[in-house]
Design a protein around this ligand. Structure first.
Ligand code: SF4
Length: 724
């Protein structure tokens, strides 16, 4: 493998000392430089020929990287890497090496056969929040044009869709953070709801540290005393599933203590009277009973939040992954609106998107109800615009399809063949044992991946594809900042890009044109398709996003573009300063009320399980479980529980605990800590096998976002075996 400087684009991109790019993992998209290692790639696969160096000029992480980003090149050279197509032959029943011709012919044949025998909607497509903007765009176009199916969604539905739905409901637009992350350090108070930044995005923590050095305060809301909570001025630990009541209780106190910003409410919002009534029904003592958070702590939180001139609320998966996730996020947005903490500099609500391209992945058409530019698939104007860019009749575009879990649940039923790209639902989906059975029941499963993930192992054909450092493409980070990931080295000889795979499949299915292999060409089309949409990229080019800081959307093409007399749009780092993106320009309060989780504890399942991530692993672990250093730091699943509960079970650290829910049983070692509520247990979800946390989780869906309830379900815990 050789460092490929020729493919670098724009200023500061490549030099004799390396290629500037971004981390392949989370939505912070930390800037880094890939440098050639003396001696280049090793023959035994232990070195990719590159190492990660700091890139201090990138403003989001200023050179800091977590262990995942620092070790990311190890996956490029991993022995687990798939370097040839694999085909399951009926003679052996095993996945065996095959040529690209044979593998692609098999996939195209299965797609065509299923369409012919069962109809276009019998073919499903499942994408991922880690795919670049170009891939997400091409995958959505492939599904709707080539396959003609409405059955496409992606794992980002599991990640931040409740915040997206609530943000759209309130502001008319969903962009994770409507301001640069660096603004966080200059506000007066940050309420961090259900986010453990210290483990999920460690470099982001510096913005909170700076906030406190600048005299600001940090409130963390989390049922666990996480590493992030330990740094807070105030930590509230509500029962899992009660964040909605907590936000309503704080709003009640804001009203009762005369902390409203009535001028802001009158000038820039609508719908306050109904929300005020809902909040007044959630008095502090009731909220204490529901959440377990004492009234004095509620009062203290209101004081810290309302005293400074500016404040922010940032939510993450904690409040979102619930059957009431959209309403819960709406309750936090209501709190911001009622106190005037929105639509002005250094104040506002933001969602901390999780997956690497979680933001861009939900803008360009791999979501069941969406067209590129964050347009709605059921909007006739949007359909006409995108159809014109694609050169087809709008009537040719199918309508909205099923959401992610509903799609997975339909596998083997009315969906007979699935194309899976950049996702590992056998580990990451809720009720994963059932989802695994559904994957097994398909007539045909085709998977594009870099390693033989647990889902790829079930496939009929596995297509080996390039990784982040071997291809060029854009991502959009949690701030809505569009960034260029540059190709730094060549992939193994028999590995192709996802765009190349879609190009080949489309050609076999009669679409010789329309699916370029070149990412920049796809980006140019994506920008045209997004023109005039909520997420407008039409003023962007690779050269522009290649600048060190990237470009924030919306970035429309200026009037008169092409005449040579216009100034390029600078992008939009801060949204809503003058008006919100609603028809009347006002932010909309959403009347919401507390309701129980889909599954509350009972005699048989008396505890609550909540799930999450650890520092050294990422999502389903398909990549990070291939890195020795990360495995040494986080070798496997565990069950975190309070000493009181451990005492009741007669368990000590290291004992094997069985956690049982209505969906299954998972076994993992006990980790006893005072940092968790006695009525709650926690499991990280990165692993497969008997410790798979998602065997237990509840697929109850939020009615608006269709996001599953990963964050709480009822369980019982049993001592399975004592530690040796
Ligand atoms: Fe990569 Fe996220 Fe770690 Fe940054 S915080 S290095 S983007 S995994």
């Amino acid at each position: 493998m050789q460092i490929d400087q020729a493919t670098s684009t724009g200023s500061g991109s490549g030099s004799a000392t390396g290629t500037d790019t971004h981390c392949p993992y989370c939505a912070l998209q930390c800037g880094m430089t890939l440098r050639p290692v003396e001696g280049a790639a090793s023959a035994d696969g232990t070195s990719a020929g590159v190492e990660v160096a700091e890139r201090p000029a990138f403003p989001v992480n200023k050179g800091a990287l977590c262990s995942k980003g620092r070790t990311a090149p190890a996956v490029l050279a991993s022995h687990a890497r798939i370097t040839r197509p694999l085909v399951r032959r009926s003679s052996s029943g095993e996945l065996e090496p095959a040529t690209w011709e044979e593998a692609l012919d098999l996939v195209a044949g299965a797609l065509e056969r299923t369409r012919r025998l069962h109809g276009a909607d019998a073919v499903g497509v499942f994408g991922g929040g880690g795919l670049t903007n170009e891939k997400a765009y091409a995958l959505g176009k492939f599904a709707r044009l080539v396959l003609g199916t409405s059955q496409i969604d992606y794992n980002g539905r599991f990640c931040m869709s409740s915040a997206a739905a609530a943000g759209t409901r309130a502001f008319g637009l969903d962009r994770g953070l409507p301001f640069p992350l660096s603004d966080v350090s200059r506000t007066g108070c940050v309420v961090l709801v259900g986010s453990n930044l210290a483990e999920t995005m460690p470099p982001a923590l510096r913005h909170l540290t700076e906030l406190r050095s600048n005299g600001g305060t940090l409130i963390v809301i989390d049922p666990r005393r996480t590493r992030t909570a330990e740094q807070a001025d105030l930590h509230l630990a509500p029962r899992p599933g009660t964040d909605l009541a907590l936000a309503l209780g704080l709003l009640h106190l804001v009203v009762a203590e005369g902390r409203l910003d009535q001028d802001f409410i009158d000038a820039r919002t609508s719908g306050w009277p109904e929300v005020r009534s809902a909040a007044m029904a959630h008095w502090p003592e009731l909220v204490e009973r529901i959440t377990g958070v004492p009234v004095p702590e509620l009062r203290r939180a209101v004081q810290l939040f309302c005293d400074p001139e500016n404040a922010m609320v940032l939510t993450a998966r904690g409040p979102e992954q619930h059957s009431k996730g959209t309403d819960t996020v709406s309750a936090w947005i209501n709190l911001c609106l009622a106190t005037g903490r929105a639509g002005r500099a250094l104040s506002g609500y933001g969602c901390l998107t999780g997956q690497g391209n979680g933001q861009g992945g939900r803008e360009h058409g791999q979501k069941a109800d969406q067209l590129p530019g964050y347009r709605k698939l059921d909007d006739p104007v949007a359909r006409a615009h995108v159809a014109q860019v694609w050169g087809v009749d709008a009537a040719a575009l199918p309508g909205p399809g099923r959401s992610a879990y509903e799609l997975l649940d339909a596998l083997g039923g009315d969906i007979r063949t699935l194309l899976l790209m950049g996702s590992n639902p056998a580990v990451s989906a809720p009720r994963a044992g059932h989802v695994e059975q559904r994957l097994r029941s398909l007539d045909f499963l085709a998977v594009c991946d870099v390693v033989l993930s647990e889902s790829a192992r079930l496939a009929d054909v596995v297509l080996p594809v390039t990784q982040w450092a071997e291809e060029t493409g854009t991502t959009t980070n949690l701030e809505g900042r569009v960034l260029l990931r540059r190709k730094a080295l060549d992939p193994p000889a028999e590995v192709r890009t996802d765009l190349g795979v879609l190009n080949e499949l489309a050609a076999r299915l009669g679409w010789e044109k329309g699916f370029p292999v070149d990412a920049e060409e796809v980006f140019e089309e994506l920008c045209r398709a997004s023109a005039g949409g909520p997420a407008d990229y039409s003023g962007m080019t690779y050269a522009r996003v290649a600048e060190d800081d990237g470009l924030f959307w919306p970035c429309p093409e200026p009037d008169g573009a092409g005449t040579g007399h216009v100034t390029a749009h600078p992008g939009t780092p801060r949204l809503f300063l003058d008006r919100f993106a609603t028809p009347d320009g006002r932010a909309r309060f959403a009347p919401v009320a507390h309701r129980p989780s889909a599954e509350e504890p009972d005699e048989e399942y008396p505890l609550r399980l909540t799930t999450g991530r650890v520092l050294a692993q990422y999502q389903s672990g398909a990549q990070t479980r291939r890195v020795d250093e990360l495995n040494a730091a986080a070798p496997g699943p565990f069950v975190e529980l309070h000493p009181r509960l451990a005492g009741q079970l007669g368990a000590v650290d290291g004992d094997a605990l069985a956690v049982v829910s209505r969906r299954g049983r998972a076994v993992a070692p006990a980790r006893v800590t005072r940092g968790i509520r006695p009525d709650t247990v926690f499991m990280p979800f990165h692993w497969y096998g008997e410790g798979r946390a998602n065997t237990l989780t509840n697929p109850a869906l939020d009615p608006a976002s269709r996001m599953p309830e990963f964050k709480v379900c009822a369980v019982r815990v049993e001592l399975a075996a004592q530690a040796p």
